[in-house]
Design a binder for this molecule. Sequence first.
Ligand SMILES: [Mg+2]
Length: 283
Amino acid sequence: MPHSPIAPEAADLSAIRGYLFDLDGVLTPTAVVHMHAWSRLFTPFLEAHGAKPYSDDDYFAYIDGKPRYDGVRSLLASRGIVVDEGEVTDAPSADTVHGLGNRKNDAFNATLAEEGVEAYPASVAFLDAVTRAGAKVAVVSSSKNAPSVLAAAGLADRFEVVVDGAVAAREGLPGKPEPDTFERAAALLGLDTTDCAVVEDAESGVKAGAAGEFGIVIGVDRGVGREALRELGADVIVDELDELLPALDRAIAASGTDAPDADAASAPPSPTTSPSTPREDPS
Ligand SMILES: [Mg+2]
C-alpha cells in the first residue's frame, strides 16, 4: 500500500533485531562485474564472426536488465548472427544461445575471481553498525552467484544466513516479488518477520518486502527512483545506507546500550560467531 516515506533520520529502528539485505545493488555494485563478463564473452565471439566489435553501449542497448539468455538473443540479433537455441544443459563451449549464456556465467565467475568487487562503503558502514548493535543479518538474493559475490567482496564471513537463488530452487521457494525468501531468512535467523528490516534496491525486492509482515522496508535508490520505491511500498528511502546511522544510534541509545560497542550483558551473541551458521555452497 503506498504511503508517505519517513525521512531516514526519523526512521524507527528500535524494534528491529534483524536486517535482511538484498545483495546486488544493495551491498555490492555487481552490475560492473556483469558488464565486464559480457564483454569477455562477446568480444572474441563477434571478432571470430567478423561482426562489429562489442562495446559497453551494446550492454545498455541489448543486455542490461534482461534474463541472461534473452540478452544473448538480443545481442546476436543486433549483429544478424543466427545460432541454434540449444538446451539449458549445453556446455559453455557450445555456440548456441544457451551455450553462450552458460559461457557468460563462467565469465562472470572468472571476472569476479580476477577483479573482485568492492562493496559499497556506506553499506559496509551500516552493516558494521547494525552488527555492533547486536542485530542479526542475512543476505536474500535471487542470484545463484551470491556466495561467490559475497566472497569476492570480502563479506562471506559477515552473514550467518544466505538465502539465494540456489537455496530457493532447492527448497521450492517462490522468488521475489513474493516475500517467501525473506520470510525464510527471518526464520533461519530465529526471528519473527516483524522484527526484521528488508533492505532492497529493486522493484521486485521492495514489492516482496511490502507483501510480507516485516518491521520496515528500506529502499535504496540505485536508479529505480524514489517515487517508484515509495509506491512499491518502501517505508524509508535512502541513496546510501549510512543515512540511517543517526536513526540507528537513536535506537541503540533508547535501548540503553548508548555506546555503539558496549558489551551489554543482554546483547545477543555476535552473528559472526553463531554456531548455527548454514553456509551455502556456490552452484
Ligand atoms: Mg538488487
